[in-house]
Ligand binder design. Structure first.
Ligand SMILES: Nc1ncnc2c1ncn2[C@@H]1O[C@H](COP(=O)(O)OP(=O)(O)OP(=O)(O)O)[C@@H](O)[C@H]1O
Ligand SMILES: [Mg+2]
Length: 494
């Protein structure tokens, strides 16, 4: 298999997003497609996947010219596209999702459920995946949905697999599983395009790289010849300084305190204190309960036992409105399902939580909404055209920044960030860390939930490691080491 894309150009209205891009992939290679948020990676892949038309350029697959008008045509040519925003139907079972549009039928047109389930089971066995083909997709968390999408590509015997940020919502062991799978595909001669903002992963799994910057191809070569900072520099166009965490002392008053919190299912016996101006981390592996814990404390989930104190006063958190009015903000993970409202504009998405607070004489004061958003837009360097465009016209990473802007505009006392840099490029990651630090300096207490040990070590001064809903240990300052955190996260006592 060999794929060549030559001189690909694409504009959306007056916005030239790809300008004469060349890109090539060979069978048996894993090629990284890199670039900042909004560089044009997903757009290039959407063209290859038949999702959108190009304005000019040539695509050849095994030497033959290709013209894909629909995703179906691209798929029929052997190209499987695993999108950045997952593409599964929640109300169907796993096996049904795997066979959408290609259902197996018996004579007479009746669906052959048995053979579809059996084939799904075979793929899962081959990939060492422990999932029931008949389970509903709705009941899977983001990481398993990802795995189902990859299985779908496997099932179709794809020649070329496009993976647009496949690992953003996955935890270490799952990433390893996906990598193992990619190596298997590679051995079978499949070509893989791997888009990721995690350069460590790129160095680990990829053979070749191509870097896009502002719609131009700026460099390509062999991964073995470069370092992570080389790649970061090519993406951003200048050196990327990675900051280091400042040591803090816990002198501030306690702003939030949990005492023996349990929900009877996802977390139990959780006690912690959050001080004013502190950045506190919570980490662990899949199923550690950290998201459920903070969704509950934000009033977005069910009931809990134990006590929650805000500035020394016990509160029973019953709704998100109550949490917001107490000055608590929460940036959820998994932008597509929890973060954005697809039918609203960028500005509306960026100001949703504060709209209610901004009424003057019963009318929304759009002037101040607009001013605040412009401020956040600049602070977070959100790459966009017009505020009134739909949020879905932004690149994935920029959507994430809009979600963050929404909560920053609330000026919260406590800000809970669940995987805040998911899908965000290296440069912007540092910007977000910088914002977290300056919020803390201004006295905001920040809780960062993250599956990335590196991220916790970078921003938090202290962290709790969870395992199956229980606190396994608390690490301070230099005690936070990747190995120690991993040991606690896998249930090994300190
Ligand atoms: N449907 C669309 N309508 C208008 N503009 C769009 C559309 N899709 C993408 N764009 C614009 O094209 C540019 C490139 O977006 P693209 O999604 O390809 O970026 P990306 O490299 O995948 O970024 P990320 O790392 O954030 O996912 C962005 O400026 C984006 O706003
Ligand atoms: Mg993208």
């Amino acid at each position: 298999m060999d794929l060549r894309m030559k001189g690909i150009s694409k504009s959306f209205g007056a916005n030239l997003v790809l300008d004469g891009v060349d890109f090539a992939v060979d069978g048996g290679d894993i090629t990284a497609l890199l670039g900042e948020n909004g560089a044009g990676k997903s757009t290039l892949m959407n063209i290859l996947g038949g999702v959108i038309p190009r304005n000019s350029g040539v695509i050849t697959l095994d030497g033959k010219d290709c013209e894909f008008h629909t995703p179906r045509e691209s798929l029929d040519a052997g190209i499987a596209f695993i999108h950045q925003e997952l593409n599964l139907i929640n109300d169907l079972a796993i096996y049904e999702n795997l066979f959408i549009g290609r259902e197996k039928k018996r004579k007479g047109g009746i669906l052959d459920k048995e053979s579809m389930v059996a084939e799904t089971r075979r793929v899962f066995e081959r990939m060492d995946i422990d999932l029931d083909p008949e389970a509903m997709v709705r009941d899977l968390d983001a990481s398993y949905k990802q795995i189902v999408e990859i299985s779908r590509a496997m099932l179709m015997n794809a020649k070329l697999v496009i993976m647009d940020e496949p690992t953003t919502s996955l935890t270490e062991p799952e990433i390893e599983r996906v990598f193992a799978l990619m190596r298997t595909l590679k051995k079978q001669g499949v070509g893989i395009i791997f888009i990721s903002h995690k350069l460590k992963e790129v160095l680990e799994i990829c053979d070749k790289y191509t870097v896009l910057r502002d719609g131009h191809m700026v460099s390509s070569g062999l991964v073995k010849d470069v370092t992570a900072s080389d790649l970061a520099r090519m993406m951003v166009g200048h050196e990327v300084q990675s900051g280091t965490r400042k040591e803090e002392s816990l002198s501030g008053e306690v702003v939030m305190e949990g005492r023996n919190l349990s929900d009877g299912k996802h977390f139990s016996d959780i006690s912690f204190k959050l001080h004013k101006g502190e950045v506190l981390g919570f980490t662990g592996l899949l199923g550690d309960g950290r998201s459920e814990l903070f969704q509950t404390l934000f009033g977005a989930s069910g009931a809990y036992e134990g006590q929650l104190l805000i500035e020394g006063q016990e509160v029973r958190m019953k709704s998100t409105m109550q949490a917001v009015s107490l000055g608590i903000g929460y940036v959820p993970r998994n932008r597509k399902e929890n973060g954005i409202v697809k039918d609203l504009s960028i500005l509306e998405n960026g100001s949703l939580v504060t709209l209610k607070l901004r009424k003057k004489h019963g009318m929304i004061d759009w002037q101040s909404v607009h001013e605040d958003f412009s401020h956040e837009k600049q602070a977070l360097s959100i790459k966009m055209e017009h505020e009134d465009d739909l949020i879905t016209s932004l690149s994935g990473g920029n959507q994430q920044k809009v979600v963050l802007a929404k909560w920053l505009s609330l000026n919260p006392k406590v800000l809970i960030l669940d995987n805040p840099t998911q899908g965000v490029d290296v440069g912007a990651k540092e910007e977000i860390y910088g914002i977290i630090e300056s919020l803390a300096e201004k006295g905001v207490s920040v809780i960062v939930l993250s599956s990335e040990a590196q991220e916790i070590m970078r921003v938090a001064s202290r962290c709790f490691v969870l395992y199956h809903g229980r606190i396994m240990g608390e690490l301070k300052g230099s005690e936070m080491e990747e190995e120690t955190m991993m040991r606690l996260a896998t249930g090994v006592e300190e």
